[in-house]
Design a protein around this ligand. Structure first.
Ligand SMILES: Nc1nc2c(c(=O)[nH]1)N[C@H]1C(S)=C(S)[C@@H](COP(=O)(O)OP(=O)(O)OC[C@H]3O[C@@H](n4cnc5c(=O)[nH]c(N)nc54)[C@H](O)[C@@H]3O)O[C@H]1N2
Ligand SMILES: Nc1nc2c(c(=O)[nH]1)N[C@H]1C(S)=C(S)[C@@H](COP(=O)(O)OP(=O)(O)OC[C@H]3O[C@@H](n4cnc5c(=O)[nH]c(N)nc54)[C@H](O)[C@@H]3O)O[C@H]1N2
Ligand code: SF4
Ligand SMILES: [Mo]
Length: 715
């Protein structure tokens, strides 16, 4: 508790987890914390508006019929009703007929209990989460290369002294603005097809903006590795002492001299050489990646290529240097460590590993064979809904899949094919509006828990005020459903009790939280995992002595360029890439409801080069249809002279006709199963008469939520 009864907590949104004060009536103020150094972005400043929002869900709602709206119901009826339907499906079709979809915004406690709930209470293998959309490719590349996946293997404050920072596919100035305060002393190089505000900062810092064609970073990294070797910048002693696999990597990179790479990715060979030279001559240098490098059908290989370059130059694990990936969601890191992933058990353990299963079974108090094996990954899970052999019921906690998953029309079809859709949410977003049962839950400032930020640091989320009457926490919902299902094992709803169990379940795993406690966190200790014992100080910096593989060495992985899954041509001459703007968060379920934010960007836009717009009969401010093989996004044209003429950009924060995911390609990376959000082939045309960006975007008005409101047929 701080001054004037204010509570010290963290922002509800992104992985920077800026320190916040929240007052007893929900007033939000910035709180000095190492990651944000006293700053917040507009989303953090306005987050308090969600606490008292008039559209807040405050009663369980049940759809009255397939074609009608919702009716209020009591919690007992809602939970026993859901449990009875789940039990019936399970009895008739087997445990995998029920699926669970979680999120990287959930606290560690929720992610843990949700994973246990799926495996123990439902007995289903069918659980995955929106983190598949998020950092899964860098996670897979990090596991392969370093033997450990922790977004930043060093504290954010290490960046303060950097001389040079390469940001590949990261628009930090919009996606984590306070992080920029750690980069003010460095020369920046930004790799992004667009001249983003971050790219502008790079130019202002005396650095460079490299603008590859979307989906060709891998070639750029190969060209830079070629330049590093040929220009004599390879760190031979580091490569000899700390890595394996260079020869196989060089067998490929030697084919990609910078001029050849330039022909594929469009970045000038001279710029590649300049950046490599800058990296080699600086002593404190970092390469950081984010979604621009990852959200591709070959995202794992692309991140591996950036890691190879970093290893060749001797960055990872060296004091004052490093390679890292910027996580996304508030608990993007912790959310992928404690078992809501289809192939995973708590502590970053693999669900198919016999020793891991035995350990977790003992903590859960269930027989080891009762724990199911790996299930489907997020996009595959959504695609299986309602199909023969696929899940017939889905429980969603913390994701608005109808807006955020690729190929939105296909997702809508699959949701409609379900027997039962249950959504636990704070607000009536697009997915919530399609639910059969809608469960209103508490949000960040109303609950206790822990989050793990982008630096692998475990933080306390604290309750500053009580949730509105009628609302329960996610933990209470999960515990209540487990009780109604008469589940074996314990399902406590108290966060501290859940966390203490998580500590035991994670003990001995890669992400070991055994020594983390609410008391240590409340005493202000900075604990970065692994923290294997109560007296262990935590691990702010990984890899200083050795990497995570048994031989202590990093693996350089032989990777080569593959074109994006969907090439341009055949009536789709342009490439669309998608991403974020400063004032909106993700599917927009929260930020589109905050007036100060919605006023800044009220509707979806499409960035287009002016010449491209003119060729398609469009001018700045016109409405355009962006059409792909899968669907159409209607958006307001924004002419941007700095954009590549072959590329257009859509932010994905809007639903209905304005959803970017109407056009995206659900092609998956073969390893991470991450979809190719960042490349699809499209054509551009003036919007069909009468088509509007906001068409079909459920807004959750009282009328829509009433018994006579929009029914499923209207979906
Ligand atoms: N304002 C805001 N901030 C957020 C979020 C939000 O929704 N809004 N979400 C949070 C989450 S969950 C995440 S994951 C992070 C994401 O943070 P970022 O990764 O920074 O965000 P994106 O806009 O998805 O992608 C970054 C950039 O990748 C570029 N890009 C597209 N294709 C390519 C390519 O082939 N190569 C390269 N090098 N770049 C490419 C895009 O033009 C874009 O500018 O942000 C977090 N912070
Ligand atoms: N085209 C395109 N699509 C993308 C991306 C892209 O770059 N381009 N990025 C992808 C990425 S990186 C991500 S992370 C996803 C994110 O996309 P989503 O998974 O849709 O994430 P959010 O919009 O944050 O949805 C969170 C939902 O949970 C609710 N919520 C908030 N807090 C809680 C809570 O504590 N409990 C519960 N039960 N609910 C809560 C919110 O009200 C909201 O409805 O989108 C992906 N989709
Ligand atoms: S940068 Fe992220 S954590 Fe910080 S205020 Fe903005 S959304 Fe919140
Ligand atoms: Mo994300």
């Amino acid at each position: 508790m701080g001054p004037e009864g204010r509570t010290a907590t963290h922002c509800p949104y992104c992985a920077l987890q800026c320190g916040q004060w929240v007052g007893p009536s929900g007033e939000v103020d910035a709180r000095d914390f190492p990651t944000n150094a006293g700053g917040m972005c507009q989303k953090g400043w306005t987050s308090g508006a969600l606490l008292t929002h008039p559209q807040r869900l405050t009663s369980p709602l049940v759809r009255t019929s397939r074609t009608a709206g919702f009716a209020e119901t009591g919690w007992d009826d809602a939970l026993t009703g859901v449990a009875a339907r789940l039990a019936a499906l399970r009895a008739e079709h087997g445990p995998d007929s029920v699926a669970v979809f979680g999120a990287g915004g959930l606290t560690n406690e929720k992610a843990y209990l949700l994973g246990k709930f799926a495996r123990v209470a439902l007995g289903t293998s069918q659980i995955d989460y929106n983190g598949r959309f998020c950092m899964s490719s860098a996670a897979a590349a990090g596991n392969r290369a370093f033997g450990v996946d922790r977004g930043l293997p060093f504290p954010v404050t290490d960046l303060d002294d950097a001389e040079l920072v390469v940001l590949a596919g990261a628009n930090v100035a919009e996606t984590m603005p306070p992080l920029m305060s750690h980069l003010t002393g460095a020369r920046l190089v930004v790799v992004d097809p667009r001249r983003t505000p971050t790219a502008e900062r790079a130019l202002a810092s005396g650095g460079l903006h490299l603008a590859p064609r979307p989906g060709t970073d891998l070639v750029l990294a190969l060209g830079m590795l070629h330049a590093a070797v040929v220009d004599g910048h390879l760190d031979l002693s580091y490569v000899d002492d700390r890595t394996t696999g260079f020869d196989d990597v060089w067998a490929i990179a030697s084919q990609w001299w910078p001029e050849r790479a330039e022909r594929v990715c469009g970045v000038a060979a001279t710029d590649m050489r300049t950046v490599v030279h800058w990296l080699a001559e600086s002593t404190r240098r970092y390469v950081l990646t984010a979604r621009g490098a990852e959200q591709h059908a070959h995202g794992v290989d692309t991140v591996a290529a950036w890691i190879n370059l970093s290893l060749a130059l001797g960055l990872p694990g060296r004091p004052g240097s490093g390679f890292g990936t910027i996580t996304g969601q508030g608990n993007g890191q912790g959310g992928r460590e404690h078992g809501q992933k289809s192939d995973q058990l708590p502590g970053y353990r693999h669900i198919a590993d016999p020793a891991a299963r035995a350990h977790v079974a003992q903590v859960w108090g269930v027989p080891e064979p009762s724990i199911p094996g790996p299930g489907r990954s997020a996009v595959e899970l959504l695609d299986a809904l309602g199909r023969p052999g696929g899940p017939r019921a889905l429980l969603v906690f913390g994701s608005n899949v109808l807006v955020s998953a690729p190929d939105a029309r296909a997702v809508a079809e699959r949701l409609d094919a379900l027997d039962l859709l249950v959504v636990a949410d704070v607000l009536p977003g697009e997915t919530a509006l399609r639910a059969d049962v809608l469960l209103p839950v508490a949000q960040w400032a109303e609950e206790e828990g822990t989050m793990t930020n982008l630096e692998g640091r475990i933080l306390r989320r604290r309750r500053a005020l009580a949730p509105p009457p009628g609302v329960r926490t996610d933990l209470e919902v999960i515990a209540g459903l487990a009780a109604a299902l008469d589940a074996p094992g314990e399902f406590p709803a108290d966060p501290r009790t859940v966390f203490n169990e998580l500590r035991r379940a994670s003990a001995g795993g890669i992400a070991d939280y055994a020594g983390v406690s609410y008391d240590r966190l409340d005493a202000g200790e900075a604990l970065h995992w692994p923290v294997p014992a109560d007296d262990h100080p935590g691990t702010p910096r990984l890899f200083t002595e050795r990497f995570g593989h048994p031989d202590g060495r990093a693996r350089m992985l032989p990777v080569d360029h593959v074109e994006p899954d969907e090439g341009t041509g055949g009536g789709f001459p342009l490439t669309v890439t998608t991403g974020r703007v400063l004032v909106h968060y993700q599917s927009g379920a929260q930020t589109r409801r905050v007036a100060e934010l919605a006023d800044v960007v009220p509707e979806v836009f499409v960035e287009v080069h002016p010449d491209t717009a003119a060729r398609h009969g469009l001018a700045d401010g016109d409405l355009a249809d962006v059409v792909s093989r899968r669907g159409t996004t209607t958006a307001r044209v924004r002419c941007v002279a700095s954009l590549r003429p072959d590329t257009v950009f859509l932010p994905f924060h809007f639903g209905g006709a304005g959803a970017a995911n109407n056009v995206t390609n659900p092609a998956l990376d073969p390893v991470s199963r991450m979809p190719e959000f960042k490349v699809a082939a499209v054509r551009l045309e003036p919007a069909s008469p009468g088509r509007n960006p906001s068409d079909g975007s459920g807004t959750g008005t009282a009328a829509e939520l009433s018994p006579t409101g929009a029914g499923r047929s209207a979906r």
